[in-house]
Design a protein around this ligand. Structure first.
Ligand SMILES: [Zn+2]
Length: 305
C-alpha cells in the first residue's frame, strides 16, 4: 500500500448543535489552520502555540455562542502570573479571532506525561477575564480565578462560577516535529435549563472520550464523524450551523493613523521632530506599521485642516 504523502489541510470549522432535543447545546471546532496561522504570525514556540491555540479556539467558539452583531467584541485575558505572561485574545463575529501571549518564544521541559507544560507556562496565580462589548452602555465583564492553567479546565470553571453555566470543555493543540500545528480543536457542551438528569449523566460520561481532542481531530475525517463517535445513538443531536473560524486581525493602517491622530497635534508633532518617523506594532498579529517623516507631516497637515 502506498501511503498518501501529501498532507491535506482540512478547512477549519465550528459546528453548533443541539443535543437531546434541545436539552443541551454543543460546539465542536476544528481549528488546525487557525492555530497554525497564529503560530506563524508570532513565530511562536511549540509551547506558546499550544497556549495561544487553546485560548483562541475557545474564543472562536464563544464568538459563535455569545456575539450577534458586526460591532460586538469579545476579549479573553488569562493572567496566571507565570512564565508566558498574559494571554490575550480578541474575537468578533462570526468567528474571527486574534491574540497574543507576552512571551511567544517560551520553552519549558515537558511535563511528567511527556506533554507541553501548558499549566506551568500559564500559571494559576490569577484570573481569567472575559469582556463582551455588545454595543450596550456598559460592556459585560466576567471574571473567575484560574484553577489549573491548563486552559480548558479554567474555561469550564469560569463558565460555572461566572456565567452560572456548568460546562464541559476540552481543548487540544498538537504541534508536529517541524513545530507547525498539525491538529487542533475544541468542544464546549452546556446543558440548558430543564436538562434531564438522564441527559446530564450521559454528558458527564463524554469526558472519557475527550481526553485528547487533537487526536480526534487528527483521526477522524470530519467533525460530523466526531459527533457520531461522541454522541452516536446515545444522545440524539441536530446540527444547526457550520462556520469557518479564522485567525484574522482587525488592525489596519487607517486604524493606526486614527490612533496617531488621537495622540493630539502637539504630541504627534513632538514625535515627528524628535524621531523623524514612527514605527507602530499590532501585538495581536505582530504586524508593524511604518510611518515616514513625510507620512507624519501629511497627518499633521490633515489635523490642521
Ligand atoms: Zn493586528
Amino acid at each position: 500500500m502506498e501511503q498518501e504523502m501529501v498532507k491535506q489541510i482540512k478547512q477549519d470549522e465550528i459546528l453548533r448543535a443541539t443535543l437531546a432535543g434541545g436539552e443541551a447545546v454543543c460546539f465542536l471546532a476544528r481549528t488546525t489552520k487557525l492555530c497554525d496561522d497564529a503560530r506563524a504570525a508570532h513565530g511562536a514556540s511549540p509551547l506558546a502555540s499550544a497556549v495561544l491555540g487553546r485560548t483562541l479556539t475557545m474564543t472562536a467558539i464563544m464568538c459563535l455562542s455569545s456575539l450577534k452583531n458586526d460591532d460586538d467584541r469579545l476579549t479573553v485575558t488569562l493572567d496566571g502570573k507565570s512564565l508566558i505572561g498574559k494571554v490575550v485574545c480578541g474575537g468578533r463575529t462570526p468567528a474571527l479571532v486574534k491574540g497574543y501571549v507576552e512571551d511567544p518564544y517560551l520553552e519549558l521541559p515537558l511535563n511528567e506525561k511527556g506533554k507541553l507544560d501548558v499549566a506551568w507556562a500559564v500559571g494559576k496565580d490569577g484570573n481569567m477575564n472575559v469582556i463582551r462589548d455588545l454595543g450596550l452602555k456598559e460592556p459585560y465583564v466576567g471574571r473567575a480565578r484560574l484553577v489549573s492553567g491548563e486552559i480548558a479546565e479554567d474555561f469550564a470553571f469560569y463558565f460555572t462560577v461566572s456565567e452560572q453555566t456548568p460546562s464541559l470543555v476540552a481543548l487540544g493543540v498538537h504541534v508536529a516535529q517541524d513545530t507547525t500545528v498539525d491538529s487542533a480543536g475544541g468542544i464546549l457542551v452546556q446543558p440548558l435549563p430543564g436538562c434531564s438528569e438522564e441527559t446530564l449523566q450521559k454528558l458527564e460520561k463524554l469526558a472519557d472520550k475527550l481526553s485528547s481532542v487533537s487526536s480526534l481531530i487528527a483521526e477522524y475525517e470530519s467533525l460530523d464523524d466526531i459527533m457520531a463517535y461522541l454522541f452516536g445513538e446515545e444522545v440524539p443531536y441536530n446540527i444547526l450551523q457550520r462556520q469557518e473560524p479564522k485567525f484574522e486581525c482587525d488592525c489596519s493602517r487607517e486604524r493606526i493613523e486614527r490612533a496617531l491622530i488621537a495622540m493630539g497635534y502637539e504630541e504627534l508633532k513632538a514625535m515627528r521632530d524628535e524621531d523623524g518617523k514612527a514605527e507602530l506594532w499590532c501585538n495581536f498579529c505582530n504586524t508593524t506599521y511604518d510611518f515616514t517623516g513625510e507620512d507624519l507631516d501629511e497627518l499633521l497637515a490633515s489635523m490642521r485642516a
